[in-house]
Write a new protein. Structure first.
Length: 482
């Protein structure tokens, strides 16, 4: 039955469903799951780049079109070039840097800020083509790669807890359980419903559990929204039956970028901003490739991603494309793990995601119905599955079927402490880059103190120095030195 489902002819030759023990149907469902989990970017990115209606911000409709355009085209390219289930969209965090740091903070226009994004994408592309980026990828000890897998899983889970309203980040403590007496209960009920429904379906081994959880929760949210009316607590446009179905795309931002930042900021400051953006983009992509790749079974026994140059190159070109259409830097998305957890393995997953993003340009009112609480539960489950898959993979690699093994020896200070920093700092600072940077610096420091500096690849030395600059860059700015 599996072989029959796997597909034949052109699609089978291109995507090799049988080799990856999957099928067109399964990978299509996986693509739907990935898209549903990351579709929030269709509305969140234009909102951030719009600066809350500030005249310096981008018009919502045009930014939405650019967001869908770059996500759709580059994700399809990722599927065709790599045959991997990675999805691409404008990166969260980088869009905030563009909006609040470069435009509001440094006084750049959006076009000038997007010009810096284009240049950082070009710089990373050069690193890929020269083999430097792949060399760094392979120079990382396998223990730290494992920590990146766990850290991203924890990060995704934490995002789900926060977005679902179960965790409060604005209370008396840095993080606390939500105060049920101070938040709208209807959206929270949707989160709980989605989480319980998804867990039940996973326990029953339903392959479409994550996607169905989103669909069921959305229907549940619509029912509650109409029952409670204005007091339900959902965002405008969510959890309602849309009055409009089709919206015409606005391509006015395509090509709207400039390199005027050099004249406004000065050459030195502009270069440091490009470096800062590049470093964040660089390691966000690397972390996602390792994290999602580990769950999908793409990594070899050393924790490396075979033929890593292809996905790296597509991801770097996506950064250039994101700036060129004023959507901010596009990067591989950790939410790709949703489709992988659904059983997706091939580039067909990415093709489905990309097509849906392009379709979304015309049917954005429909996609806007899904509330964040419905997808938050999916992120919680995906985070768990990423961490659980790591221990399973370790046991399989050692041919041990009796008991799952921990992927990291936390008793070894050189690996344990950097791993802990990676795993905790990623979710708590909402940054893959911050976690990886802290882990790298700690690893190099410990190796030096232990008298084992020669065991550290020169690539990690360079990366750690770059991270130190990255971390102190805001302080240098505050001192007026850059």
């Amino acid at each position: 039955m599996q072989a029959a489902e796997a597909g034949s002819g052109g699609l089978e030759r291109l995507f090799k469903f049988k080799q990856w023990d999957t099928s067109v149907k399964r990978d299509t469902l996986a693509g739907l799951a990935t898209f549903m989990v990351m579709a929030y970017i269709i509305f969140v990115n234009p909102t951030i780049l719009g600066l809350g209606g500030d005249p310096k911000g981008l018009p919502f409709a045009a930014a939405l079109t650019s967001t869908c355009l770059v996500a759709g085209v580059m994700t399809i390219l990722m599927g065709l070039v790599t045959n991997r289930a990675y999805a691409i969209a404008p990166g969260m965090g980088l869009n905030a840097v563009v909006a609040f740091s470069l435009v509001l903070g440094q006084g750049l226009t959006m076009a000038e800020a997007m010009g810096l994004i284009v240049l950082e994408g070009v710089a990373i592309t050069i690193l890929v083509l020269t083999g430097f980026r792949e060399a760094i990828f392979k120079a990382i000890p396998i223990e730290l790669k494992k920590a990146i897998v766990v850290g991203i899983g924890f990060f995704i889970l934490f995002i789900g807890l926060v977005d679902g309203g179960l965790i409060n980040v604005n209370g008396g403590t840095p993080v606390a359980l939500v105060d049920l007496g101070s938040v709208p209960m209807v959206p929270l009920a949707v989160t709980v419903f989605a989480l319980v429904a998804t867990i039940i379906m996973l326990a029953l081994r339903w392959r479409a559990a994550i996607l169905l959880g989103i669909v069921f929760a959305t229907v549940f949210a619509i029912i509650l929204n109409y029952a409670w009316g204005k007091d339900a607590g959902f965002l405008v446009g969510q959890a309602i039956i849309p009055t409009d179905v089709v919206a015409s795309p606005d391509f006015s931002l395509v090509g709207d970028f400039s390199f005027g930042a050099f004249g406004k900021l000065g050459v030195t400051a502009a270069i440091l901003w490009i470096f800062s953006l590049m470093l964040s983009d660089f390691f966000d992509t690397m972390g996602t490739l390792v994290g999602v790749g580990g769950e999908a079974g793409y990594l070899d026994k050393k924790g490396d991603l075979p033929d890593v140059t292809r996905p790296l190159l597509v991801a770097t070109l996506a950064a250039v494309a994101g700036g060129a259409v004023s959507a901010s830097s596009a990067t591989t998305y950790v939410e790709s793990g949703a489709g992988v957890a659904q059983g997706g393995r091939t580039g067909w997953v990415a093709i489905v995601v990309g097509v849906l993003f392009l379709v979304a340009m015309f049917f954005s009112p429909i996609f806007g119905v899904v509330p964040g609480q419905a997808t938050a539960a999916a992120l919680i489950v995906v985070g768990y599955l990423m961490m659980a898959t790591l221990t399973k993979a370790e046991s399989e690699a050692d041919h041990d079927t009796t008991e799952p093994k921990a992927g990291i020896n936390f008793g070894n200070l050189a690996f344990g402490l950097p791993a802990v920093l990676i795993i905790t700092i990623m979710p708590l600072t909402y940054s893959i880059t911050n976690g990886i940077g802290a882990g790298f610096i700690a690893y190099v420091l410990i190796r030096v103190v232990q008298g084992k500096a020669r065991e550290v690849s020169w690539m990690l030395w360079v990366s750690s120095i770059a991270f130190i600059i990255y971390f102190i860059f805001p302080w240098l700015q505050a001192q007026g030195w850059v």
